[in-house]
Ligand binder design. Structure first.
Ligand code: THU
Length: 136
């Protein structure tokens, strides 16, 4: 799938954002290795910290359908700037998709920038760090 197509699906998903507090709508579309796309939008909460970002909605939807291998994720907003995943989303994406994930950032001017997740989150914490040594 071309980047443009994934961006279009993210733009569609953005329309469903529930962002009455920030008024900042975000859409995401994640592409699995087998060519399926799962979309997400941000869903805010009156208890602000319970808000969930578009990226996590997208990958959790995919994961909950048994999809565990991913190629790329597109992230869009209405801003003329590129919107880059927040720290929490970077950590979740790293754990569930890995550093090779292609992150496609698109702005409202129709431009896109592509990075690897490992560039956005270098030297990550991960499951490898939780491996304990056996007790004697
Ligand atoms: N947000 C996302 O959904 N993804 C991002 O990459 C950045 C921020 C949401 C969270 C909140 O609903 C609104 O944008 C403003 O922070």
């Amino acid at each position: 799938m071309k980047h443009d197509e994934l961006i279009k699906l993210a733009i569609e998903a953005k329309k469903l954002a529930y962002a009455p507090y920030s008024k900042f709508k975000v859409g995401a579309a994640i592409l699995t290795n087998d060519g399926e796309v799962f979309t997400g939008c941000n869903i805010e909460n009156s208890s602000y910290s319970l808000t969930i970002c578009a990226e996590r909605v997208a990958i959790f939807k995919a994961y909950s359908m048994g999809k565990k291998k991913f190629k790329s994720i597109a992230v869009v907003s209405d801003s003329k700037n590129y919107i880059s995943p927040c720290g929490a989303c970077r950590q979740v994406l790293m754990d569930l998709a890995g550093g090779e994930l292609e992150v496609i950032l698109a702005n409202s001017k129709g431009e896109a920038k592509v990075l690897r997740l490992s560039e956005l989150l270098p030297f990550p914490f991960g499951s490898k760090d939780l491996k304990r040594k056996k007790k004697k």
